[in-house]
Ligand binder design. Structure first.
Ligand code: IMP
Length: 189
């Protein structure tokens, strides 16, 4: 089985490649532009993107819209995560969070997958905390300032360990379960 991963983010490509290779699913990185509408819901962005790609004749692909939701900031940067990462970056978030006691945050990842003529949309979440300072060199985006276990940042753990707990790994697991149900496959995600 082959699945196109449509994104401009090489970090996501590598996480999906590692996740799916052990299931015997080959992922192929595809750079096909589509509109990412401004919406307060990740799922709406994903469904609109899928519709546009299908209209363009693309099939057997997945897209992913993700974000970091910080509780003390009422969910900010959330659906603006990409813009905030590009502008103020992790240092900007750490400045805003300076002295903040409640450092809890949630990463969310919505995957939209078109496979065998069917659409599957799932959302995975991963709770954790915003660290006091950036740590580690692995991963991408907010990884150096987010910790799922309160000890190590996502940028300090190997991809397979991140995939086992992360919003993207959880969503990929839900997607795999749905794919197995839909296509009557056997095995374990
Ligand atoms: P998008 O889904 O590509 O729009 O990502 C939104 C923003 O969140 C981008 O700045 C990404 O770098 C960041 N982001 C998404 N997923 C992750 C992740 O797993 N770790 C760290 N940052 C992420």
């Amino acid at each position: 089985m082959k699945l196109g991963v449509i994104t401009s983010n090489p970090g996501k490509v590598e996480e999906y490649r590692r996740y799916f290779e052990r299931l015997g699913v080959e992922t192929v990185h595809m750079r096909i532009p589509y509109d990412e509408i401004q919406s307060s819901e990740l799922e709406e962005v994903v469904r609109k993107g899928m519709d546009e790609l299908k209209r363009k004749g693309v099939s057997d692909f997945l897209i992913d819209d993700s974000g970091l939701f910080i509780n003390d900031l009422k969910g900010f940067p959330g659906v603006w995560s990409a813009y905030v990462q590009k502008t103020i970056g992790n240092d900007g978030i750490l400045k805003i969070m300076d002295g903040v006691e409640d450092r809890s945050a949630v990463f969310k990842c919505c995957i939209g997958c078109n496979i065998g003529g069917r659409d599957i949309v799932v959302t995975g979440v991963c709770g954790g905390t915003i660290l006091e300072r950036s740590r580690g060199t692995e991963g991408f985006g907010y990884d150096p300032i987010f910790s799922h276990d309160g000890v190590r940042s996502f940028a300090e753990i190997p991809i397979d360990e991140k995939n086992a707990v992360s919003h993207r790994g959880v969503a990929a697991g839900m997607l795999t379960e749905e794919m197995m149900k839909t296509f009557c496959l056997e095995g374990k995600p």
